[in-house]
Design a protein around this ligand. Structure first.
Ligand code: SF4
Length: 181
């Protein structure tokens, strides 16, 4: 079970249910307030070789950009969702190549806004769209911290149209296999 060394958080997360839950869950973990999850000075100053240690922290903020990117592979859109980066340290990780030392897990607590945009886009479309929600992180791993996949499936299952997809390499799937859809 992942237990962060420290939590870097934006003040605004306390205005969201998930933000409150995470602060309560980790009430015994040292907290550092930050202005913006994208610009943490302390992290910027660290050397690249420290990226594994940096991944022992958790960054919690509010996602401001919700731009869907067209995709012509397994989905219609790549969608920014509830996290980016992850807590694992696979040496071949493409996120490390893309984000460099900032491939640590960032959680975004405004999941209601993000899922609402997906549902509205799905229901407005004539086509049955597929949304890829796991291109920025591994959501099965994230789910062990936030329960966000369970929440997402429960809140998406009655949508009239649309599908969600995400890849994973982890097997902690019991929580979602037991859901009734
Ligand atoms: S689990 Fe996936 S996202 Fe995380 S470090 Fe490994 S390859 Fe990268």
């Amino acid at each position: 079970m992942f237990k962060p060394k420290a939590i870097y958080f934006e003040k605004d997360i306390e205005n969201y249910q998930l933000g409150k839950e995470l602060m309560e869950k980790y009430n015994d973990v040292p907290k550092i307030e930050i202005e913006n999850h994208n610009a943490i000075d302390e992290m910027r100053k660290k050397e690249n070789k420290e990226f594994v240690n940096m991944k022992r922290n958790l960054i919690i903020g509010v996602r401001k950009t919700h731009k869907f990117v067209e995709n012509h592979k397994v989905s219609d859109y790549l969608v920014p969702y509830t996290s980016s980066g992850c807590t694992a340290s696979c040496m071949y990780c493409y996120l490390v190549c893309n984000y460099n030392k900032c491939a640590y897990l960032r959680l975004f607590v405004n999941r209601e806004n993000m899922l609402d945009k997906i549902i509205k886009t799905a229901e407005k479309s004539e086509k049955d769209l597929t949304f890829e929600i796991g291109s920025n992180s591994d959501l099965i791993l994230e789910n062990t911290i936030t329960n966000n996949l369970v929440w997402t499936i429960e809140n998406f299952k009655n949508t009239k149209k649309g599908k969600l997809t995400f890849p994973t390499k982890f097997d902690m799937v019991d929580d979602i296999l037991n859901l009734r859809t």
